[in-house]
Ligand binder design. Structure first.
Ligand SMILES: Nc1nc2c(c(=O)[nH]1)N[C@H]1C(S)=C(S)[C@@H](COP(=O)(O)OP(=O)(O)OC[C@H]3O[C@@H](n4cnc5c(=O)[nH]c(N)nc54)[C@H](O)[C@@H]3O)O[C@H]1N2
Ligand SMILES: Nc1nc2c(c(=O)[nH]1)N[C@H]1C(S)=C(S)[C@@H](COP(=O)(O)OP(=O)(O)OC[C@H]3O[C@@H](n4cnc5c(=O)[nH]c(N)nc54)[C@H](O)[C@@H]3O)O[C@H]1N2
Ligand code: SF4
Ligand SMILES: [Mo]
Length: 759
């Protein structure tokens, strides 16, 4: 029976707003989403929803969202047709590459790319078409240290073990606040509920955080560490395990290289040696180590506060070293490697190519590349500094580095000086306002969703796919089509059918698969396999291909009961693929074929950590840490009225003792200054931050002209990243130090004149 469009209907949609990937049940009236609830039948999220997910309708229908492309004409961004927009790109970018070489065109990939199918499927084709190495992503503001440590330990930067939240007996959590963030590098819908369940089954939760967060309040023990010193604390924990003969690598022993070398490397880091720097007493450190060793199963897990710090890679490495030393790597209840439905199917263990860092360096400051990327903190200098290889044009996909990266004022000016910029973004914001062409994706209700990235980081193996909840609007391309057309526009095939990009990707994958002796389609003819793919769109056919070749796939008939897109579509609430299982040694891709516990780049960075033993936050010094609010999402959700306000405010949190010493009053203005500049924000006096630490959230600073963010601009807040000048980096990963850097705080408004905003 045809559906009467005026009666409400429901449609399922996986939430793209954080890493928890909750299944939502949307109420739709006409084409409008009027309610969003947790989908109780979802095999993974079981009905959980947070305030952001519940605001899906408001976000989807935000009147400030762009509906048509914008093209700059006589300096002014003007509404244009899709053809005009792609014509402008095809005229500008290939000519710049031709004239100045491929490095003249840079690419910036922001966080939402890991939350869209388009962001998973097209950036590699775009980079190949542009032939550029000038790639900058949000990873160097976030988890790159983890990629580096896992790359070195396991040979594959994407082999990231996740805590087995539902079965662990002991969770040592550092620098993460899942009660507000809902978790990261650990996809777990209802993370808060899972932590409460851990406590209920008699497990223990220890939280290491300079702030007494909501997560810390849930814990058995909260360690209010001095920011930036987690690597020292972790090294001391490893020291105690060795010194007290508490290491028990168990079944892992056969797969380890370098255990004795790690023991030697930890020798100096006694609890007494680190205690003052960390401001955690030695006895507590010993207790933490003994508890970790004694727990029947345990997982050590760190996030933003252990990554975006001075020793981010060392801390990330030590976290997994501790998981190894206690025998918890790759065992149920410890930390395990997920096996997602679109991963490469398992194959016999064999030595791999290993993980190389610094295969090339950045032009201006000589930063080593990591995973093919350069630090986003170095983007402005790569645009501004004259010389061969200068970046003259940018393609910015779903990124707002003017707010999310260090020294937004400088980047803002640099973007204003580009010859050409393309932004793919639903908003005209602090970054996209500099674009010559803005290409807006449709609202999320009109996009299909599959979590290519987060299924590989999930605490349970499962697979879910949702088609657009509201039919795509006639003539409005979805983001996959936008990116496919962009690829064509820069590769000299402007105007070709966008499905050609998908066809080429399918052809490449199949050609490789039929030549691979471990593939279920080895030796078969690719053409009929391609023809057998189902799916209404290019992205759906690519998904079908990945599912069928994946670890649970039908292998195009090799396992007739296996997974296909068609089978997945028959399970609208998803398919549970079971708990995580041990996967060693198959996941290892190091040259030795083992877990390489003390890789050379790590060993070479340890002297820097030894020097940090001598560093003490003297009396009166202040360092800044960030924070996230439940109703926020980095730089772009302050425009949703239902989420803006309440506790989601841009205040500088100060401990009462520091406030008294500095003469700060609650609610009054304070000016915070550091390397990159100064910002003024209202003071919030609270003992949730430890003495010597102040906190500002990120993603604020919506005061710049030329944006279309009416709600956000009315309560702009200040940009914490203006305090940074982009020179503080974790050297191994190129990740910006966003936490634990020194600041001064004085009462009153900014003394220095703010940098004039460019139009
Ligand atoms: N001081 C400080 N700075 C930080 C952090 C911190 O903790 N402290 N956190 C860092 C972290 S972890 C991250 S990941 C980065 C994030 O920083 P960015 O990667 O810049 O990401 P967002 O701020 O989320 O904004 C991304 C842009 O994507 C747009 N967008 C939203 N949805 C879509 C979509 O579906 N398609 C497209 N094409 N665009 C979309 C938004 O309008 C916005 O312009 O910020 C980092 N910056
Ligand atoms: N509501 C909401 N949810 C989000 C986001 C959001 O912006 N808002 N962003 C999403 C993104 S992109 C990401 S990457 C994740 C991040 O997920 P999380 O890492 O869980 O998020 P944060 O709230 O930044 O937690 C970092 C914690 O580290 C603490 N910290 C700071 N410095 C140090 C230190 O030196 N040592 C220790 N031990 N702790 C320190 C901070 O006080 C803070 O509580 O969240 C995601 N989810
Ligand atoms: S927790 Fe994350 S995925 Fe779940 S509803 Fe909230 S924003 Fe969406
Ligand atoms: Mo992030």
């Amino acid at each position: 029976m045809p559906h009467d469009p005026s009666t409400p209907r429901t449609a399922l949609r996986i939430c793209p707003l954080c890493e928890a990937t909750c299944g939502l049940s949307l109420t739709i009236e006409g084409t409008r989403v009027t309610a969003a609830r947790g989908d109780r039948a979802d095999v993974f999220s079981h009905g959980f929803v947070c305030p952001k997910g519940a605001s899906f309708g408001g976000l989807d229908a935000d009147p400030d969202r762009l509906r048509t492309p914008l093209v700059r004409r006589d300096g002014v961004l003007t509404e244009a047709s899709w053809d005009e927009a792609f014509d402008a790109i095809a005229r500008a970018l290939p000519a710049l590459t031709e004239a100045h070489g491929p490095q003249a065109v840079g690419v910036v990939l922001g966080n939402p790319n890991v939350h869209t199918m388009a962001g998973a499927l097209y950036p590699s084709a775009l980079l190949a078409a542009l032939r550029t190495r000038a790639l900058f992503t949000a990873s160097t503001l976030d988890q790159m240290p983890k990629h580096v440590s896992c790359g070195l330990l396991f040979g594959d930067p994407n082999a990231i073990p996740v805590p087995d939240l539902d079965r662990t007996g002991h969770l040592l959590l550092l620098g993460a606040n899942p009660l507000e963030s809902n978790g990261s590098l650990c996809t777990a819908p209802d993370f808060p509920g899972r932590l409460k369940a851990l406590r209920r089954r008699g497990g223990t939760l220890t939280v290491v955080d300079p702030r007494r967060t909501r997560t810390a309040r849930l814990a058995d023990r909260h360690i209010a560490i001095r920011p930036g010193t987690d690597a020292l604390l972790l090294a001391a924990l490893a020291h105690v395990l060795f010194a007290e003969k508490l290491t028990a690598t168990g079944a892992l022993a056969a797969h380890l290289d370098g255990l004795d070398e790690v023991a030697d490397a930890m020798a100096e880091f006694t609890p007494e040696a680190v205690a003052e720097a960390c401001d955690v007493d030695a006895a507590t450190i010993r207790t933490l180590a003994r508890e970790l060793a004694a727990a029947p199963t345990a997982a050590v897990y760190g996030r933003i506060g252990s990554c975006t710090v001075e020793h981010g890679t060392l801390a990330s490495w030590l976290i997994d070293v501790l998981n190894v030393l206690t025998g918890n790597l790759d065992r149920p209840g410890g930390v395990l490697f997920p096996l997602s439905a679109t991963a490469r199917a398992p194959r016999p263990a064999a030595p791999g190519k290993g993980f190389a860092l610094g295969r090339w360096t950045s032009r201006v400051s000589g930063h080593p590349e990591v995973k093919g990327e350069l630090p986003v903190a170095a983007l402005a200098e790569e645009i501004e500094t004259p010389g061969t290889g200068r970046i003259r044009a940018l393609v910015v996909l779903a990124a707002n580095p003017v707010l999310s990266a260090p020294d937004g004022d400088r980047l803002d000016r640099a973007l204003g000086g580009l010859d050409f910029m393309v932004g793919v973004d639903p908003y005209l914001n602090e970054t996209s306002r500099h674009a010559d062409v803005v290409l807006p994706p449709p609202p999320p209700s009109r996009s299909a969703h599959f979590d290519f990235a987060f299924n590989a980081l999930a605490v349970r193996n499962q697979v879910r796919y949702t088609r657009p909840a509201v039919p795509p609007e006639d003539g409005l391309p979805d983001e996959s089509e936008i990116l496919a057309r962009l690829v064509l526009a820069v590769s000299g095939a402007h105007g070709a059918d966008p499905s050609a990009v998908d066809a080429l990707a399918i052809d490449r994958t199949l050609t490789r698969a039929v030549a691979d002796p471990h593939s279920p389609v080895h030796g078969r003819n690719p053409a009929p396999l391609a023809a057998a793919l189902t799916g209404r769109t290019g992205p759906e056919r690519r998904l079908d291909l990945m599912l069928r070749l994946g670890p649970y796939g039908d292998g195009f008939g090799a396992d007739p009961g296996g997974l296909t897109l068609e089978r997945l579509l028959g399970h609208p609430h998803g398919i549970d693929l079971g708990p995580l299982r041990p996967r060693l040694p198959e996941v290892l891709a190091t040259r030795s074929g083992r877990v390489e516990l003390l890789p050379a780049p790590i060993a070479a960075d340890l002297p820097r950590l030894r020097r940090a033993l001598a560093e003490r936050g003297g009396a009166g010094t202040l360092v800044l840490v960030g924070r996230r609010h439940l109703r926020s999402n980095n730089s772009w959700m302050h425009n949703i009225a239902a989420l803006n306000g309440g506790s989601n405010v841009c205040t500088v949190q100060v401990h009462p003792a520091d406030a008294a010493r500095l003469g700060l009053v609650d609610g009054g203005p304070a000016t915070v200054a550091s390397d990159g500049g100064a910002v003024t924000a209202p003071v919030e006096i609270t003992d949730e931050v430890r003495p010597g630490v102040v906190s500002l959230p990120h993603g604020w600073g919506h005061h710049r002209p030329g944006t279309r963010l009416s709600v956000a601009a009315a309560r702009p807040g200040v940009n914490v990243n203006q305090l940074l000048d982009g020179t503080r980096l974790d050297p191994l990963s190129g990740t910006a130090v966003l936490n634990g850097f020194p600041v001064t705080v004085v009462p009153g408004t900014e003394s220095r004149a703010p940098v004039a905003p460019t139009p």
